[in-house]
Write a protein that binds this ligand. Sequence first.
Ligand code: COI
Length: 354
Amino acid sequence: MMETVDIQVTRVKKSRLNEMDFNHLPFGKYFSDHMLEADYSNGEWQMVSIKPYQPISFEPSLMALHYGQSIFEGIKAYRSKSGEAFIYRPYDNLKRFNISAERMDMPLVPEDIFIEGMRQLVEIDKEWIPAKEEYSLYIRPFMFATDAALGVKASETYKFMILLSPTGPYYAAPMKIYVEEKYTRAAPGGVGFAKNAGNYGGALKATSEARAQGYDQVLWTDAFEHKWLQEVGTMNVFFVFGKTVVTPSLDEGTILEGVTRDSVIQVLREQGLRVEERRINIDEVVEGHRSGKLTEIFGSGTAATISPLKELRYKDYSMYLDVAAYQVAPEAKKILTEIREGKRPDIHGWLVKV
Ligand code: COI
């Protein structure tokens, strides 16, 4: 691993670790002792520092607040049974982060700041990695525009940061989701493949309406017919028809290229299942449910891990699924958990030691 970057480290005087209840960690609510910060100006990245977690202050004209140049990532660090700390596939998140940066007309973040900065930050706060099953240290790298001006143009200055949040499961119970037909998340040529803040902000209204009706989330569909399935917004989605697993393809640039999605595809193929990345229409899913060929629906994501659906509703038709009989999703989850816990060989090189 490269260590060229010079990181200035200021440690907390007193850790907050002993104030934490590690048995009760809602997603993204608590933050570790330290954070990483790097500033971009005059066409290059300036000093990188790790410092106590603290508020930051800006002028109200901060460009990110007005025009939404803001992107992020989600990554997890785990602790193995022997106590070693690992980060899961951070290079894949770096690649996606810079794809998002490029789309949002922002500067790229070099590997030595993103990976080595993250490694050092996790090392300093490694006692914050929960040891409990299904728990982890969620890593949130993000970057936003910092020019203080209102002209609509790409900012000339940016801030890159990394926060660490010890966290439990995002979706604890099997999910109820409906197929979204009113709102649109992404269209070809848009920003659907980028992890920019606006994609999440634009989804909140639809999610609130779903919640009001007793659903957890919506399944996004294409902008034109509202029939071609995309993703859930916090997760990619998989449909299991016996021994064939189908997940929406990335070709149209309307869904996020999930790192967990890729892990699931690889482990399922290694288990001898046929995994098809292609366009999938809601009519095929409804037909599969009616005929009994559709056996499972599940989501995948860094925060969500692998989350089974117990119901998918389309118009007035509710597809109830027998989560207790699921085989594919639990198997994928078991394999990925065993790799992370060091109980199964990491043949893909997904774990990066801290
Ligand atoms: C993640 O899975 O890391 C995400 O970023 C999804 C959501 C929690 C924003």
